[in-house]
Write a protein that binds this ligand. Structure first.
Ligand SMILES: Nc1ncnc2c1ncn2[C@@H]1O[C@H](COP(=O)(O)OP(=O)(O)OP(=O)(O)O)[C@@H](O)[C@H]1O
Ligand SMILES: [Mg+2]
Length: 254
């Protein structure tokens, strides 16, 4: 328990001499659901891009299971990422979109089929398997995007506001499914959202980012009962709706 799967050490990122992330130090536990919350432009997407390996830090290191992976590709890191705008292949069926990464890895056809069919079942798309993305709802397209990452068997999946284009009802359904997928496969998830309530509903811990720094990285009840400063209080705690507050109010301090 509490094995550290990912560690950022003195991680910083500048664009054109403008600091976006300044000295990020944190650890992520295996199987954990960690959310990132912060104002628009605070660097959440940038942090995910560094962690997955599609962007290089200006300084600092990233470790996975104590191995320095800072110079490794996303494939070598075995970290997946799901974006907000799905980015599916429009001319491919649901099946082919999900099978694509495995075909590219030249796995045997029958192995590809059994893995793809398992994942399609998990995300509830079995009856849509021959459809093209344009024939799917937004929620179904996002399921394909999640399945496409899941099928490669990553041990960490990063999500960049995966629900933000969906309406509130679908969001609640999909986030429950995400939680059960996480439990089923024991995947570590790092999840960017603008939705404080969503972060509180899903997360083991929440990282609040402000002013290019980690302001507070803590379990939800501690953020609520012991916000570190007025920013956490006004940006996070006061934005929660009454239902969430009453649940947290009844949770004892940790
Ligand atoms: N490739 C780039 N070149 C130059 N500046 C960039 C680049 N990518 C991001 N930035 C800048 O870095 C800062 C952080 O951007 P980032 O996309 O990480 O923010 P964010 O927290 O994800 O915002 P949002 O909530 O709006 O998605 C912004 O000021 C942005 O303009
Ligand atoms: Mg972003």
């Amino acid at each position: 328990m509490n094995e550290i799967i990912l560690k950022a050490e003195k991680l910083s990122k500048k664009y054109d001499n403008k600091i976006v992330l300044d000295d990020f130090n944190f650890e992520v536990f295996k199987g954990e659901f960690l959310s990132l919350l912060g104002s628009s432009g605070c660097g959440k997407t940038t942090l995910l891009r560094l962690l997955v390996g599609i962007e290089q830090p200006t300084s600092g290191k990233i470790f996975k299971y104590n191995e320095d992976v800072t110079d490794k590709t996303p494939f070598q890191r075995n970290i997946g990422i799901v974006f907000q705008n799905y980015a599916l292949f429009p001319n491919m069926t649901v099946y082919d979109n999900i099978a694509y990464a495995l075909s590219a890895r030249r796995l045997p056809r029958n192995e590809i089929k059994s893995r793809v069919m398992e994942i399609i079942d998990v995300v509830g798309l079995t009856e849509h398997i021959v459809k093209k993305p344009r024939e799917l709802s937004g929620g179904q397209q996002q399921r394909v995007a999640i399945a496409r990452t899941l099928v490669t068997n990553p041990d960490i999946i990063l999500f960049d506001e995966p629900m933000s284009a969906l309406d509130a009802n679908i969001r609640v359904v999909l986030r429950k499914e995400l939680k059960s997928i996480q439990k089923k496969y024991g995947i570590t998830m790092i999840y960017v959202t603008h939705d404080q309530e969503e972060a509180f509903a899903l997360s083991d811990r929440i990282m609040v980012i402000g002013d290019n720094h980690i302001v507070q990285l803590d379990v939800p009840s501690n953020l609520y009962h012991h916000p570190k400063n007025s920013f956490v209080k006004s940006f996070i705690v006061e934005q929660l709706d009454e239902k969430v507050k009453s649940i947290l109010g009844s949770i004892k301090d940790e």
